[in-house]
Design a protein. Structure first.
Length: 122
């Protein structure tokens, strides 16, 4: 189970984010991207020592600052069931993979002569 599939399924639900500097953020996930950048709403930020609390209407967290995420168990179970159903039906996401062009070519420059590059011999 990939973290990004969990995050996309968790949009709109509450979560806890601990940052590398020790701060924690509790809020509802609004949006996430492929770099694990998060946008949270109705956020309560806790200082690293746990004695100061701040209420924020919205917070943006850069993905490389995240130490760990805590999600509700219901979301984890739902994603696990969804992935099991996809495997049972034989469907895997991302059929192209590395080097598998959407146009059916093989590698670079398939539509321009097959060998890539910019030009050819005269």
């Amino acid at each position: 189970m990939l973290p990004l599939s969990l995050l996309t399924a968790a949009q709109g639900s509450p979560m806890l984010v601990e940052l590398k500097n020790g701060e924690t953020l509790n809020g509802h996930l609004v949006q996430c991207d492929t770099y694990m950048n998060l946008t949270l709403r109705e956020v309560v930020q806790t200082s690293p020592d746990g004695d100061r609390f701040y209420r924020l209407p919205e917070a943006y967290v850069r993905g490389n600052n995240i130490k760990y995420l805590r999600l509700p168990d219901e979301i984890i179970d739902a994603v696990r069931e969804q992935q099991a159903a996809q495997q049972a039906s034989g469907h895997r996401g991302g059929d192209r993979g590395r080097g598998g062009s959407a146009r059916g070519g093989r590698g670079r420059g398939g539509a321009r002569g097959g060998r890539g590059g910019r030009g050819g011999r005269p």
